[in-house]
Design a protein around this ligand. Structure first.
Ligand code: OAD
Length: 255
């Protein structure tokens, strides 16, 4: 990127960095982005039609099997250089006693597996399940007990612990994300089409509060024209380049 040296010299004096990620950051781990997710048997379904309470009510088995397929894909994948670079960025800021927030719309858990410590999951996690009746959350998915399996406590269907279209986001996660957008002096939007609210509003909140906005995405989005730095590159390439420029040869960006 032409303005990389300017970006890096300004970023060195950052005091609070907030990063919002979307499914694009996991693309280089082999996980298709949310809107590209459908392949093979699932190609005839639109993700927007499966990720809803209505779809689960109509056909719980279909929805469970779809998430099961996505979950298997995620468990076979590994974090990529983009995820790892964000861990380095967090370490750098925390060592300087500055603030870092990682807000993700992803449900794949790859930031945590890369080593990020403070991850705010706006849309839940498909590694967890929860009771569709009482909402009790389970850290895992029970194996081989029906599709979907029954809640061990009340017998209702289990569902993935993700946020579906039409459902409200977890209150605590949303509040943290909102504050992180309000209080940061740098906001990175990485690998998201910025189409889905309320996540899409976070960059506007940051801008309104005077933050510098950096977008990393190989494609143009409606956010691109408002970004101070619009970096048209895959996250797995751009983020390591950014960190290498920040740290020089001291960087340890080994995927
Ligand atoms: P989308 O599929 O809408 O957008 C993915 C974005 O990633 C696109 O803008 C791509 O250009 C970009 N992209 C692709 N490859 C990339 C790469 N290697 N590096 C960086 N960017 C890349 O996915 P999201 O924006 O994550 O919510 O979608 C947000 C939410 O929409 C999802 O969490 C989901 C859906 O509604 C729920 O299910 C609640």
């Amino acid at each position: 990127m032409e303005q990389l040296s300017q970006l890096v010299s300004e970023l060195r004096s950052a005091q609070c960095v907030t990063v919002l990620t979307g499914s694009g950051i996991s693309a280089e781990s082999g996980i298709p982005t949310f809107r590209d997710v459908q392949t093979g048997l699932w190609a005839r379904f639109r993700p927007e039609d499966l990720a809803t309470p209505h779809a689960f009510h109509q056909n719980p088995s279909l929805v469970w099997d779809w998430y099961s397929w996505r979950r298997d894909m995620v468990l076979q994948a590994s974090p990529n250089a983009g995820h790892i670079a964000l861990v380095e960025l967090e370490d750098w800021l925390v060592k300087r006693s500055d603030s870092f927030y990682l807000i993700t719309q992803n449900v794949d858990g790859l930031h945590q597996r890369a080593g990020s410590r403070q991850v705010v999951e706006l849309h839940g996690s498909l590694l967890r399940s929860k009771c569709s009746s009482e909402g009790t959350v389970f850290d895992d998915w029970p194996k081989g007990h029906g599709s979907p399996p029954a809640c061990p406590q009340c017998g209702a269907f289990l569902r993935p612990d993700v946020v579906w279209f039409g459902e409200t986001l977890p209150e605590q996660a949303l509040q943290t994300a909102w504050k992180a957008a309000q209080n940061c002096d740098w906001f990175f939007s990485v690998g998201t089409s910025s189409l889905v609210e309320p996540a899409a509003s976070l960059s506007s909140i940051a801008l309104q509060n005077g933050a510098t906005l950096v977008e990393i995405n190989p494609a143009e989005t409606h956010l691109s024209s408002r970004a101070h730095f619009s970096w048209r590159s895959p996250a797995g390439q751009a983020l390591p380049v950014l960190l290498l420029a920040l740290f020089g040869d001291q960087g340890k960006l080994v995927p």
